[in-house]
Design a protein around this ligand. Sequence first.
Ligand SMILES: NC(=O)c1ccc[n+]([C@@H]2O[C@H](COP(=O)([O-])OP(=O)(O)OC[C@H]3O[C@@H](n4cnc5c(N)ncnc54)[C@H](OP(=O)(O)O)[C@@H]3O)[C@@H](O)[C@H]2O)c1
Length: 272
Amino acid sequence: MMKIETVQGAKVPALGFGTFRMKGAECTQAVVNALKVGYRHLDTAEIYENEKAVGDGIQAGGIARTDLFITTKAWMDDMSPDRLRKSLDQSLRDLGIDYVDLWLIHWPNPKFAVEETLAEMMKEVKQGRVRHLGVSNFPVALFERAAKAAPIVCNQVEYHPYLSQSKIIDAALKHNALVTAYAPLGIGKCHSDETLAKIGAKYGKTAAQVTLRWFMQQPHVGAIPKASGFDHAKENFEIFDFELSGADMASIHALARGERLIQPDFGPQWDN
Ligand SMILES: NC(=O)c1ccc[n+]([C@@H]2O[C@H](COP(=O)([O-])OP(=O)(O)OC[C@H]3O[C@@H](n4cnc5c(N)ncnc54)[C@H](OP(=O)(O)O)[C@@H]3O)[C@@H](O)[C@H]2O)c1
């Protein structure tokens, strides 16, 4: 059964479906596949230029809006009050919905005080166009500022077996927030990992399934793997019928080697 994380009044399906690097008909079909498999949490962003395609998938999928948890993100250049509002206008229009469940600041922008940005975003919560707020790619100190300024549901960060996020997780737990793992499969690296495959063999599961299960067994941690085809989407969802032993959880944690796969030049200074 799907793990649901309840934080700050939000009920978040811990396994979501990522849509980065998919556009147009491919993206729409992937969303349709995901909904058919059973995913109810979809992750997109203004900058992915696929919200219209995701919206078409939502429309075609025929799942009741109240059963869906839809996350989108405002781009870091859109932090002024006017541009924030316009960004949300466009996200809602393209997605074909009248509220998003979770609206994230995609990357920190040092030119804007996060407290002011969140105060503007809170106005949309009051208006009902947004249910919950969160952040993405926030180092601990900035996350702490955000969590003091507004109810923050999650910090969405790169997290996979090759990159420990213990400090980010500790900060999230302290503020009753989730850590949502992006690039949870190491952008496709984990499925060919020998250690993960060996662990999987014990349970009759693949390396990708073991990786995703590892997130599900960590409190207040979720993951949003992307899959363009039906088979991977289904495989990645079939992780709720087995449990990793404590020893296997520890072996996966021991794979951490500080490998950061997403490091754009506009990104923050990380302290881990
Ligand atoms: N907040 C941020 O700044 C940020 C940054 C990056 C990503 N994200 C979000 O996180 C999501 C996931 O990250 P990601 O897409 O970069 O990487 P990912 O989910 O770690 O990996 C996706 C790759 O793994 C492959 N894959 C998926 N399932 C597989 C399986 N069972 N066996 C073998 N290969 C498999 C996919 O191939 P196929 O497509 O062929 O299945 C794709 O190449 C994104 O889609 C996006 O929504 C957020």
